[in-house]
Ligand binder design. Structure first.
Ligand code: AMP
Ligand code: ZN
Length: 113
């Protein structure tokens, strides 16, 4: 499958990794919108939040454990941060592999779009 984030998982495209285990990869966003901007993805290809099912949802719980761990490591857990998953056309999802943005390190805009 011609998927940018699958190529990052396989190592065909380089990334700045901040966390990796057998199910999940986290790396720095190439175009950071905040002092901390990290993407957390399942290694298994899932199209988007709209494609989560009873069969593949276990990794989502794991991703949120990883998000909490990364937030602590990055020192943004106390001040707070935002987790965003854009989905589909109206959600402005540009990469069609489920991912969670972690944004922090500054006071974020209150707007949700
Ligand atoms: P979204 O618009 O929610 O689909 O988010 C996709 C994100 O992937 C954007 O914030 C991009 O800056 C980021 N991105 C695109 N290509 C790369 C890459 N090669 N390495 C790291 N982040 C990337
Ligand atoms: Zn993929």
């Amino acid at each position: 499958m011609d998927c940018l984030f699958c190529k990052i998982v396989s190592g065909d495209i380089p990334s700045t990794k901040v966390y990796e285990d057998d199910k999940v990869l986290a790396f720095k966003d190439i175009n950071p919108l905040a002092p901390v901007h990290i993407l957390v993805i399942p290694k298994e290809h899932i199209d988007s939040a709209a494609a989560v099912t009873a069969e593949n949802s276990a990794v989502i719980a794991h991703i949120f454990e990883v998000i909490a761990k990364i937030a602590k490591e990055q020192g943004i857990d106390k001040d707070g941060f935002r987790v965003v998953s854009n989905c589909g056309e109206n959600g402005c999802q540009s990469v069609k592999h489920l991912h969670f943005h972690i944004l922090g390190g500054r006071k974020l805009d209150v707007t949700m779009g």
